[in-house]
Write a protein that binds this ligand. Structure first.
Ligand code: NAI
Ligand code: 15L
Length: 269
């Protein structure tokens, strides 16, 4: 597959979408933007709901690849998750299949395996084929997205890299995040690798920087050519002084998904 140039970025108005709108053009991408929310200063962005099949079909027409970030990014009622994350992701895959798009980079999440225990000192890192253990309906929808991606590869030859993103923000804001943080720069490096690596079929990767306190194995991400350059450890001293080290007896700390296991943040809309 030739290196993709024109890429549809769904969820372009969101936090990660905004970061990637800033960073990915430097890699040579011509981004087409889509979101439910209009984007200030981007008059050409497509304003559409993932439930709008016709709009999705038009949006994917002629692009080389899609980075699919749109959807509910926190916990919500099953009906809301069903609409945006399950039906919406299906609609996007169908549109891509119908229009002959070759590759999707799917924003999966650590919450697809949120009930997994973080490794203790000396334990092996969490492998990419660890059983999925969603911590929320949100995490369940990401698990669905990964299976949908596998189906569309096996049945239709549509390639996907599913990126189980940890926490992609400017800085980590909790001690837990020190283990799963992905710097925006590393996020762009990983998405670029996912867009350009050859023969990815359906590859699942963890999305994080090369953190000193890493919980998971980045081998499949590195196999795409991803070379992370950042490490959250520079934020550790301040965060540990404020919050203390993680306590394995605290259920919020004893699971990879953190407080999504006990008291997940709720999607506000
Ligand atoms: P966000 O909530 O800031 O952005 C999501 C965007 O999707 C919003 O702009 C929203 O308007 C749009 N959206 C929601 N429902 C839609 C619908 N039905 N139709 C069209 N657009 C819709 O989330 P963020 O942080 O930017 O995350 C982006 C993606 O990455 C999400 O899929 C999220 O689940 C995933 N992710 C993000 C992580 C992070 O650390 N930021 C961690 C793990 C996964
Ligand atoms: C996610 O999947 C969320 O979309 C994001 O807002 C963060 O909460 C992140 O996981 C995390 O686990 O820190």
């Amino acid at each position: 597959m030739p290196a993709p140039r024109t890429v549809l970025l769904t969820g372009a108005a969101g936090g990660l979408g905004t970061l990637m709108r800033g960073l990915l053009p430097a890699y040579g991408y011509d981004l087409r933007l889509l979101d439910l929310t209009p984007i200030e200063g981007e008059p050409d962005a497509v304003t559409a709901d993932l439930g709008d099949k016709a709009a999705l079909r038009e949006a994917v027409r002629g692009v080389d690849a899609v980075i699919h970030l749109a959807g509910i990014s926190l916990e919500a009622s099953f009906d809301k998750i069903l609409h945006s994350n399950i039906q919406g992701t299906y609609n996007l895959y169908e549109a891509a299949r119908e229009e002959g798009v070759g590759r999707i980079v799917f924003a999966s999440s650590n919450h697809a395996i949120g009930y997994t225990r973080p490794p203790s000192a000396g334990d092996p890192l969490i492998p990419i084929d660890t059983p999925r253990r969603p911590d929320t309906f949100y995490g369940l929808s990401k698990s669905f997205g990964e299976d949908l991606a596998q189906l569309y590869w096996d049945k239709h030859g549509l390639e996907t890299v599913s990126v189980r993103i940890g926490s992609c923000f400017m800085e980590p804001t909790s001690v837990r995040m020190l283990s799963v943080w992905m710097s925006p720069g590393d996020g762009a490096r990983l998405f670029h690798a996912a867009l350009t690596a050859e023969d990815v079929r359906h590859t699942v990767v963890y999305g994080s920087s090369d953190n000193t306190r890493l919980w998971w194995d980045l081998t499949t991400a590195r196999s795409l050519g991803y070379e992370p350059q950042d490490d959250s450890e520079q934020y550790a001293e301040k965060l540990v002084a404020e919050q203390g080290e993680l306590d394995p007896h605290n259920p919020d700390h004893a699971h990879l998904g953190g407080h999504f296991v006990t008291d997940p943040p709720i999607w506000p809309y």
